[in-house]
Design a protein around this ligand. Sequence first.
Ligand SMILES: [Zn+2]
Length: 467
Amino acid sequence: MRTLKYRIKPSFHALDIELTFMPSRIGPLALHLPIWRPGRYQVQHFAKNIATVTCADALVVKSDLSSWIVDVKDLKPITVTYRYHAEQPDAGGSWVDDSMVYINFVNCLLFPHRGENRACEVEVLLPPAGGYETSCALRTFGNKFRAKSYRELVDSPFLAAPQLHTHAWKTHGVKFYLQGLGPKTHFSDRLLKAYQKFVAYQLDYMGEFPVREYRFMLWICPKPFYHGVEHTKSTMMVMGPEDRDSYEDLIGLGSHELYHVWNVATIRPKALLPYDYTKAVIFDTGWIVEGITTYLGDWFLWASGVVNPDEYVNLLAGNLKLHFERDGASKQSLLESSIDLWLDGYGSALPGKRVSIYFKGALVALGLDLLIRRKFQHAKSLRDVMLLMQERYGQLKNGYTRQEFYALVEEVYEESLSEFWTRWVESSEPLQGEIAALLESVGLYFESEGILTISDLNRLEVFGIAQ
Ligand SMILES: [Zn+2]
């Protein structure tokens, strides 16, 4: 009876939740709600959406911003109940209205102190008349979902609606789903074919996939929106408005989120292994997580034939432009902005303060890829770095530090890169000259305004895949 059992009854903008579990001892027992969620490294205090927690058999007292103490009197199962206000319509929040239920369990499910590794069972009581279809990466038993731990549970968002559009396919022995709600036109065969291509390519590129089943979950919403959150066995993407063509955004976002299965869900910074949901976890490697994923996410679209070289060069130019125009003169280094994610990584920051770990991180990933390719005439590339990261840190479930990443890249490069790290990662020096020189080695001409042109298509082909 170690299992944490949750019953969730959704209603308009609300989740009525019951948690039943066997306490491990008599006396005061803390219950916590995560204060942040993996994927957004910022304190969010989801507890602001809970007014009060009660228990029929014991006193419950709020003890901290996101913690409550239950006074356990007997060693028998106890049940606590509370209402969570579910009105955050994005990929990392929870939202319930008359037509859908979307729950991020990390927002709303309490767990007993040090109970993150306990098995969990969740029952979501959907409206009986609705005939809802569900999408969730957890194992299903009737109308219940089971997770081997709270960690797995909160890494598995839940989506339900009267009708979900579903594409399913199998590649490399892995079952994939592209599933969600919104106008059917967004779930086109063209989109499915693009997903099948970059999925197969990424699995070939990394040689193995850490999970046996994976879901691309999608919510096409009425308002202008672009948001995705990565998980180990799924991703949730929210895109809007309904009347625009979402194809280009969805191929870019899907490819990015899939690569996170390796780069963060499996190959993870040491500070995040395991996740501590109760405090801000500072790490200086956010640029490795998001920068490499941003760079390779786009590159996979080209390498797998989803976009042509001209379209890829436009994507690359767009990322360079975003960095140089917005953050080119920012005062912080990439390392400082990685740490400051928790302060202002996602909202507004002081003008001229931060750099984006996504776009400057992608610039560093591009720089590394081109440096390695230039030295070894394309016989080695960033792929060798990521395969070694997977072998040393991913497969062994061993987190890496920034210094370990540096050392591993230098092992692939067969030479020190200390000057590169100082200039590109640890300082805020402008890098237009450096990146232009590297791009020229693969036939791309970069002007400081952010314009990128192909000067020699034949030479460009060796940078990627000859098509
Ligand atoms: Zn990302």
